[in-house]
Design a protein around this ligand. Sequence first.
Ligand SMILES: [Zn+2]
Length: 286
Amino acid sequence: MPPPDAGARRAVPPVICYPAATLPQPDLPLYRYARERASLVQTVTVPPRDAAAIKVPCGHFLRIISIEGPQVGDLNLFNANDLTERFYSGKTRALQGTHVTTGDRLWSTFPNLRPMATISHDSLGWYGIDSFGASVHDVIGTRCDPYTARLLSGNDYHQCCHSNLIRALAAASGLSMIEAEAHVHDVLNVFMCTGFTRDTGQYFMKASPVRPGDYLELFAEIDLLAVQSACPGGDCSTEHSSDTAACFPLQMEVWRPAAGTLEGWQPPSVNGYDRSHGLSITARGR
Ligand SMILES: [Zn+2]
């Protein structure tokens, strides 16, 4: 039985955990100036139901482009010089919200906790939040994986994004598959349209609004190794972790700004928290 004051307790208004005003903000006009004066330096195609890796030097742009047909991508980001610094989906969700778009930043793991990348362009930025509560480019899903597929269907499927990311990371880094698996992490679901049902709070997906020519562009704040899977779910309108859905390739492009167009920009330093002091304290009050 709910308590007599249940209505009053539920009526307490929410408070934003991390107000945007307290976050260091990116200089978007500067990024816009630089991206309009950038040139294409590298292209990699991600085959359907497979993954590929690309290095993005800091101060360059990475475009993830829909080609041929609607397709969702699962993105892992690493510090190219230190794989232990990687994209932190959960903290990005807490800081930026469930879905990201232009101006949002992709944050890295502790103890660094700095923006690895800033979204500098999103051709699906018009989508907003639809009547189902869904939006595009989520940081609420994890990635399709063979363990959950096994759990739910009893079948083994080997082209899940998790497995594709392992294979591409191993090839790019020289790590074994087992070693690489430990580095694969919760993704940015590029182009995926998702939300939580209002009545049961369940994670849902729906056909992505992405069309060929759409792209998401990230500005690399540090040297990045980007690993991208073209999800076996295709546009994620029906199912994933199978060969059922129509799948298409994705394209990754690295764009280099012209000299002098990023005047005043500096790579973000690692988080300033004094970890050595903090971790030397064994218990409060002793
Ligand atoms: Zn997937």
